[in-house]
Design a protein. Structure first.
Ligand code: G6P
Length: 596
């Protein structure tokens, strides 16, 4: 979702700022813009991708050393040039990530005062407020920021002050980077990591400015804040595709490593080794409520099945945007688990707030560092999948699952259950996944068979309902095939009406206690001539009704989602590739959804 980059140095900031912005392309966007101060402020905007902007101005931008740039994912107003950021007037340029919730009333007030708006964006009220104030940005910001409701990360240029870039943030991420005679700001540190690893994660409600040599951070009341500089470890390989055609394929192949790394600080040769604060929270836990969005939500669905079955702890899961508006039922022993690879998903952040206000502890599972969710959580578990660039999550999901599995095991162990078999199977999981990756060619051939499919239904029971959900999400996200997931038993209550010889039905049924029941659903699909792709294991009896059977390597039933998920990711990837689609940046999608 919207990306912000700002850079200040002696000269030639425009090219570098756009290069950095390209590293944020994975967030998803539909228009782009650049503001540069050389002798004066110049703004360049285009609908479409960064390359369109570069091509149409042949990369020729002013040589000034003060620049901000932005990729916009349309919320208020269509993705047109007039709505692209920076919004500028009177020598001031503003880029914004987030949503100003009281935009309508501010706009009305400004119009009454004679302001003329040139865009449909909520961002423009910030520009107009600055112009109306008329003071220096440094003086105007503390007057204006308290009037804004909602979420914002801002970068602001003022022609009168060419040696400063101003910033402000509330609820939307913004990080600063300290370079050699240059300083950076960005909505995600991956933008400037190749340039500097000295990073400042801005707290909530901070504003200030960067110059070539300095960084000033202020609270809302204007009092200065001492910057906390962190050195961020970074592996440049994560930002390169290497031998792969797409980041998503590379990230699918990185999954055995992502799991090994994720487990590395949570297991010891003796067994579980979760941090003390996490274990202390789990010790007190009698009931769990999970909140998450998208793929992370699917991880919580899998977790529910594990924690209820292995540890006997009741667990509710809720989509974060829904959870926000439900009444809370806090009780002693309630633990909220928030799952978010970015830790910046707005709905997830908002969902945990009321629990924290009610003194309910929140344990977060995150993949990035310095994110907003971890900062407000009671305890965190970090997955170590590494940076994920493909918009559709793959390795971060399996890293989340392996972490959540450990949480379920820890709760079981605290309850006196022997978990040694499960731990052993978990340690062996990376090599099971290597076997699935070795099946890519077979899976590709299966995908080629179904490339023209228009509709797909994914079915699974119990722990494989979440597998079906994630398999269908991957397919729709990157191939644009209409795909739905159902708990297999529910199929006969509606979706069965859709089944015909055109419908692809993917059935996830490793051989386990649920196999017989799901076989019943499979026969119901076959009787209606649906095209069945069955994912199972070698222990299962032959299923003649399936058009294709993909035999996956065996692990313990509790972990059988892992190999199935890898196969479903590869399946979705190859269908999308055969259809010639933009796999790493699917249309309309954003990697980090920082708006409501
Ligand atoms: C977006 C992404 C999804 C992701 C979801 C939640 O919709 O496109 O891939 O699963 O956000 O993101 P989070 O960072 O909270 O896991």
């Amino acid at each position: 979702m919207c990306g912000i980059v700002g850079l200040i140095r002696q000269k030639d900031a425009a090219g570098a700022v756009l290069e950095a912005l390209q590293r944020l392309e994975y967030r998803g966007y539909d228009s782009v813009g650049l503001g540069v101060i050389d002798h004066k402020l110049d703004v360049f905007r285009k609908e479409g991708k960064i390359n369109v902007l570069l091509d149409s101005f042949q990369g020729q931008f002013p040589e000034g050393g003060t620049a901000i740039a932005h990729t916009r994912w349309a919320t208020h107003g269509r993705p047109e040039v007039k709505n692209a950021h920076p919004l500028s007037d009177g020598g001031i340029a503003v880029v914004h990530n987030g949503i100003i919730e009281n935009e309508a009333s501010l706009r009305q007030e400004l119009i009454k005062g004679g302001a003329l708006f040139s865009s449909d964006t909520d961002t423009e009220v910030i520009l107009r407020l600055l112009l109306e104030d008329g003071g220096k940005v440094e003086d105007a910001l503390p007057r204006i920021l308290p009037r804004l409701e909602g979420a914002f990360a801002l970068a602001i240029l003022d022609e009168r002050e060419r040696n400063r870039i101003f910033f402000a943030r509330r609820h939307s991420p913004l990080v600063l980077g300290i370079g050699e005679k240059e300083n950076w700001m960005a909505s995600d540190l991956s933008a400037f990591l190749p340039e500097t690893r000295e990073v400042i994660f801005l707290e909530e409600d901070r504003w200030g400015w960067i110059t070539e040599e300095d960084i000033e951070i202020r609270r809302n009341d204007g009092s200065p804040v001492k910057p906390q500089v962190k050195i961020f470890p970074w592996n440049p390989v994560s930002a390169q595709k290497g031998r792969f055609s797409h980041f998503m394929l590379k990230e699918i192949h990185e999954q055995p490593r992502a799991i090994t790394d994720t487990l590395s600080d949570k297991l010891s040769p003796q067994g579980l080794h979760l941090s003390e604060d996490v274990v202390a929270l789990l010790r007190k836990t009698k009931r769990i409520q999970c909140v998450a969005c998208g793929t992370s939500f699917n991880a919580t669905l899998a977790f529910r099945s594990w924690v209820e079955n292995i540890a006997g702890i009741p667990c509710e899961v809720e989509i974060a945007s829904e959870s926000r508006n439900r009444p809370l039922f806090p009780s002693e022993g309630l633990l909220v688990i928030a799952v978010s690879q970015s830790g910046e998903t707005f709905d997830t952040l908002k969902a945990v707030e009321p629990f924290l206000d009610a003194q309910v502890p929140v344990l977060s599972v995150v993949n990035t560092t310095g994110n907003s969710l971890e900062r407000c959580s009671t305890a965190i578990l970090r997955t170590h999948a590494g940076m994920e660039i493909g918009v559709a999550a793959s390795k971060t999901h399996l890293a989340q699952l392996s972490t959540l599995f450990l949480v379920a095991l820890q709760l079981a162990e605290l309850g006196g259950t022997d978990i040694s078999d499960e731990l052993l199977a978990l340690r062996r999981l990376p090599s099971v996944l290597e076997t699935v990756l070795g099946m890519e060619r077979d899976i590709k051939e299966i995908a080629q068979r179904f490339t023209a499919t228009q509709n797909a239904l994914f079915l699974g029971r119990q722990r494989h309902w979440s597998t079906a959900m994630e398999g269908s999400l991957k397919l729709k996200e990157i191939s644009y095939i209409h795909a739905e997931a159902y708990a297999a038993g529910e199929m006969k209550h509606g979706p069965i009406a859709l089944i015909s010889k055109e419908m692809l039905v993917v059935i996830i049924a490793p051989f386990d206690d649920h196999f017989k029941k799901i076989y019943g659903s499979l026969r119901e699909v076959a009787a209606r001539k649906g095209r069945i792709l069955l994912l199972t294991t070698k222990e299962a009896p032959e299923v003649s009704e399936a058009e294709i059977t993909l035999v996956l390597p065996t692990t313990i039933p509790l972990l059988s989602a892992f190999p199935a998920l890898v196969a479903l990711q590869i399946f979705a990837y190859w269908i999308a590739r055969e259809r010639g689609l933009d796999i790493d940046q699917p249309r309309n999608l954003a990697k980090t959804v920082t708006v409501e």
